[in-house]
Design a protein. Structure first.
Lengths: 247, 337
């Protein structure tokens, strides 16, 4: 469903993504893990056609991302890094816009939007302008926009960050249910506990290179420990000026 | 005192960085043309500019500090009062009002005019301290449009009415309407001239069509399965929905010609060099040369339609359509970042 070959993105002298090769099967939930600046969002932007590749090739839903950008947009749902919301549209209007642009009937849009607003606890804020929404509400709106057109593949950039636990659970369940219906899910995250619960494929990236790619069951140790060993070891700095430590 | 001084210093830096009103005026088509070409006849227009400009400049600098931060800082009640007392002086308009007061005392300015200016400043200053946005609820009620561009056009309309260009154009249009209603003796070609000025006042917005969408909005346009020309056309329809009613009491066909010309010329800077735009400021155009060219072509198109034949609208529409198509294709290309 998603195939990337030798994917590279260079920003002048800096190589953000370095010859990544990745295969994600239909109905899989693939989670890309890595520290800030590792190349996660850059990879996601290239996979969705938001950012041109320096070299390499990508096929999503059987389409070459570079050659068929418009057809690709019809088949995928995306929650981008900056959420892609308009300050001058309400939560409700964002969903109406998405449905209309993807060619859904008014009745279908109303039905889907109503269900999504209810599921994501957005009903009370449906008439709030995105510019006046909390970060969590904005993220939920962008998530609903990604799901509403019933895409074949979902690309989500850090969907669970800044989300309350109940909504996080609902979002996880929605993603798992979508995957069971054959939707391929690709997401980036920092929250390892969430990854543990929904991922069918774990990919770790460090300095633009993949350092691990397997189903979670193939990890030789806990996800957290493996992440610390392969990607980033936590450094504990003792801040003595905070005062003497109690025994 | 050291804490108050540190906060005031930070406040002055933040206030200076955000004070883009004068910069936006410097790059605004309307102000460029009135400053360069209408110096003799521009007294009334300058008065309008001064009035409209006073609103965004009259904000309370203390608003720059988030209310929660101000509440959390360990500052004493006396320091808080001192801050309240001194912070208005971070705003240069406070000094200007004080200077005008001295002038009024010396008899170089009437107390009535000084009182009016100071009154507008104080009222806007106090209103700016209310931490809510009253206009938002009103903007829900913009008209609906048929088709799948409906929400995009509504959003674009809300964006246009949150720039000061619109209010400047509105004041001129209303002024012309009052002149007509009072049957004042008007010079020939009054309608044409004011029509061009009204559209000129709006035209800088056409050079930064994506300014209020932000980076997130641009990303969304690229994700939606819309052609680039559709995105631009939704912007243009919203602009025409504003421009046509404003020129209705004047020369509407000439207004359409001027508006389409502004849009056709504005696509290039909007797409090639998208610039951020602040709300409740004048739109920043693409520069002096571009502003003058805009004015010349708009005036030419409007006067051709008004003085010669309405058929001149056809080539204007053709140029607009070609520009929309061409720059729509540019818009579809992935961002280079």
């Amino acid at each position: 469903m998603i195939a990337a070959r030798n994917l590279t993105r260079r920003f002048v002298d800096f190589v953000a993504v370095n010859r990544i090769t990745l295969d994600i099967a239909k109905g899989a939930v693939c989670v890309l893990l890595g520290p800030n600046g590792a190349g996660k969002s850059t990879t996601l932007k290239m996979l969705t056609g938001l950012l041109p590749l320096t070299s390499g090739s990508i096929t999503v839903c059987g389409l070459d991302v570079t050659a068929n950008p418009r057809e690709l947009k019809r088949r995928i749902g995306v929650l981008p890094e900056d959420l892609g919301l308009f300050d001058d549209l309400t939560v409700d209007e964002h969903l109406l816009l998405t449905g209309a642009v993807y060619g859904l009937s008014k009745k279908e849009i109303r039905m889907r939007a109503g269900q999504l607003l209810h599921a994501l606890s957005l009903e009370h804020g449906r008439l709030t302008f995105a510019g006046a929404c909390s970060h969590g509400m904005r993220k939920k709106t962008a998530f609903a926009m990604a799901l509403l057109p019933s895409p074949q593949a979902l690309f989500l950039d850090e969907p669970f960050e800044a989300i309350d636990p109940v909504t996080s659970k609902i979002m996880r369940d929605l993603l798992v249910a979508a995957a069971r219906r054959g939707v391929t899910v690709f997401l980036t995250s920092h929250i390892l506990s969430v990854v543990d619960q929904i991922a069918t494929q774990v990919v770790m990236i460090r300095k633009g290179k993949i350092v691990w790619n397997s189903p979670p069951g193939d990890l030789p140790q806990s996800l957290e420990q493996h992440y610390f060993d392969l990607v980033e070891t936590p450094v504990v700095e003792e801040l003595k000026w905070l005062g003497p430590a109690r025994s | 005192m050291a804490r108050t001084r540190a906060i005031l210093k930070a406040l002055a830096v933040a206030y200076r960085r955000d004070q883009r009103s004068l910069e936006s005026v410097a790059g605004n088509n309307f102000f460029i043309v009135t400053a360069l070409l209408l110096r003799d006849a521009g007294g009334f227009i300058y008065l309008l500019i001064g009035l409209v400009l006073l609103f965004p400049l009259s904000t309370d600098p203390l608003r720059k500090i988030p209310a929660s931060r101000l509440a959390l800082w360990p500052i004493e009640t006396g320091e808080r009062r001192l801050l309240r007392l001194l912070s208005p002086w971070v705003n240069p308009v406070s000094w200007a009002i004080a200077g005008l007061g001295v002038w009024a005392a010396r008899g170089k300015l009437t107390f009535g005019l000084w009182g009016a200016v100071a009154g507008v400043f104080v009222a806007t200053f106090l209103l700016s301290d209310l931490r809510y946005t009253p206009g938002r609820a009103v903007w829900v009620r913009v008209p609906r449009f048929p088709g799948r561009w409906n929400q995009l056009i509504r959003k674009n309309l809300r964006e246009i009415v949150s720039t000061l260009d619109f209010y400047c154009a509105l004041l001129m249009s209303l002024g012309a309407l009052v002149c007509r209603a009072m049957r004042l003796p008007l010079p020939p070609q009054f309608s044409l001239a004011i029509t061009v000025l009204v559209v000129l006042a709006l035209s800088s917005y056409t050079q930064c069509l994506f300014g209020l969408d932000g980076a997130g909005g641009l990303a969304r346009y690229r994700l939606l399965p819309l052609r680039g020309w559709e995105v631009l056309a939704a912007k243009d329809v919203a602009f025409l929905v504003v421009a046509i009613p404003l020129t209705l009491p004047l020369a509407p066909l000439a207004g359409v010609a001027a508006a389409l010309t502004a849009l056709a010329m504005g696509h290039a800077p909007s797409v090639n060099r998208p610039r951020p735009q602040s709300r409740w400021r004048f739109s920043t155009g693409a520069g002096v040369v571009s502003g003058l060219l805009h004015a010349i072509f708009m005036a030419t198109a409007a006067s051709s339609v008004y003085l010669s034949s309405s058929l001149y609208l056809l080539p204007v529409m053709a140029v607009w359509a070609a520009s929309t198509w061409h720059f729509g294709r540019r818009l579809e290309a992935p961002a280079a970042e």
